[in-house]
Design a protein around this ligand. Structure first.
Ligand code: HAM
Length: 402
């Protein structure tokens, strides 16, 4: 067959999809326990939303958007990120005051594809809208951290910075630009191009890291409000036992951030895609997209990268494989009974030999094999360490005890 998924996109199939599904399950549970209801917004939006929200000088807007004109002549863009859309939805709903939402779904950026850098990728995100309190930042940062930890992804480093606000950042940016101009000839082509347009972005250039080691740091020049916000965030994380590292060069790739910026970095992945998630505060975004001033903070995690960092998936999440000595029809009936009692089980529908059925069980790597002999209600339960006969109706209980 000559059809393959388009460049930079993936089919998510088993066994990888098991880890995918499990991660989504944990995501639903955790966001619910932190009080974030589901928010789902359109996969495409008006192009302006991202131009104005994400920022016209960002790479996302200048190079990575999937933009097209629809049949009604409107410029439409496949969402490259979720914050602008969620905030638009909040403003549009007429809601006021504190508001929380959690989302999960596909996003699109025209990137040069590699492992963990895809053209269609999956984000899990939350937004906490309506308050300037640094406690929102603490809660959000902690949620992302605990989620990643609960998947068993380690080691992950939380990097933290403040990039100031409209009051203190402009003076810093001028100073940084000056500093960069003085060293222009030592910088990479990419960085040189950014000096006028977006000098902050030069700070996270990997190629120029050594040349920038003595660059002025924004954390040293924060206004009083930004400094105390950062301090409260750090204190809050310490009280919750969330470890972090301060990174004065962390600036993020989207223009809407104010004050808090953070990233979760999986140290086991290649540097080009080891940021498994990131976020920050965006107190100016609502106005930038034409709404009334509304503060907010959030993050998004890259599920493709998380799954990559989790490594080789388990082969199966089945509780058991059902081997039938009495043909597939009876197996289907027995499997149905077990499934209705919450035991996840599969069997061979083709009625192959018992030996072949055991081979399937081994190949799947199930922890338990159930052998149905067709003799009324007894089932032979085989694990590595046990072999017992049980009446069929007791099998579900046995799994609870196992
Ligand atoms: P972002 O840093 O652009 O932030 O993306 C968040 C995460 O999405 C990244 O850390 C990465 O794991 C994943 N990601 C981004 N692009 C790709 C890609 N091409 N392939 C695979 N994974 C990717 C945002 O999108 C902000 N909206 C986050 C946020 C929410 N800030 C405040 N609220």
């Amino acid at each position: 067959m000559s059809f393959r998924p388009p460049k930079g996109t993936d089919d998510i199939i088993a066994p990888r999809s098991q880890a995918w599904r499990e991660s989504l399950r944990v995501w639903e549970e955790m966001t619910e326990s932190y009080g974030y209801p589901l928010v789902s917004t359109p996969i495409f939006e008006s192009t302006d939303l991202f131009e104005r929200g994400v920022g016209e000088s960002t790479e996302v807007v200048t190079k990575q958007m999937y933009t097209f004109t629809d049949r009604g002549g409107r410029s439409i863009t496949l969402r490259p990120e979720g914050t602008a859309g969620v905030l638009r939805a909040y403003l549009d709903s007429g809601e006021q005051g504190l508001w929380k939402g959690a989302y999960s779904g596909p996003f699109f950026r025209y990137e040069r594809p590699q492992a963990g850098r895809r053209r269609q990728f999956w984000q899990l995100g939350v937004e906490y809208i309506g308050s300037e309190s640094p406690l929102c930042d603490v809660e959000v940062v902690e949620l992302g951290y605990r989620y990643i930890a609960s998947l068993g992804l380690a080691p992950v480093t939380l990097l933290l910075n403040s990039i100031g606000d409209a009051k203190c950042r402009p003076a810093y940016v001028d100073q940084l630009r000056e500093y960069l101009r003085d060293r222009e000839q030592d910088l990479s082509e990419d960085s040189r191009r950014l000096i006028d347009r977006n000098p902050l972005r030069v700070l996270d250039s990997k190629a120029d890291r050594d040349q920038l080691s003595d660059a002025p740091r924004i954390v040293d020049q924060l206004c009083e409000e930004c400094a105390s916000h950062l301090k409260a965030l750090k204190t809050g994380l310490e009280r919750l036992g969330v470890p972090y590292e301060e990174d004065p060069n962390l600036v993020r790739g989207l223009d809407y951030y104010t004050r808090t910026a953070f990233e979760y970095v999986a140290t086991g992945l290649d540097a080009a895609q080891n940021s498994v998630g990131g976020g920050g505060r965006y107190d100016g975004l609502a106005e930038a997209i034409g709404g009334t001033a509304t503060p907010g903070v959030g993050f998004a995690l890259g599920l493709d990268r998380i799954i990559l960092a989790l490594g080789d998936p388990e082969r199966t999440h089945l509780d058991a494989y059902l081997v039938s000595e009495a043909g597939p029809e009876e197996a289907l009936e027995v499997a149905s009974k077990l499934r209705r009692e919450g035991v996840s089980v599969d069997f061979d529908v083709d009625g192959r030999s018992v030996r072949a059925q055991f081979r399937s069980a081994r190949r799947l790597g199930v922890p338990v094999v159930l052998v149905w002999k067709g003799d009324g209600h007894l089932i032979d339960v085989q694990t590595e360490s046990e072999r017992i006969d049980l009446p069929l109706q007791e099998v579900p209980d046995w799994f609870d005890k196992a």
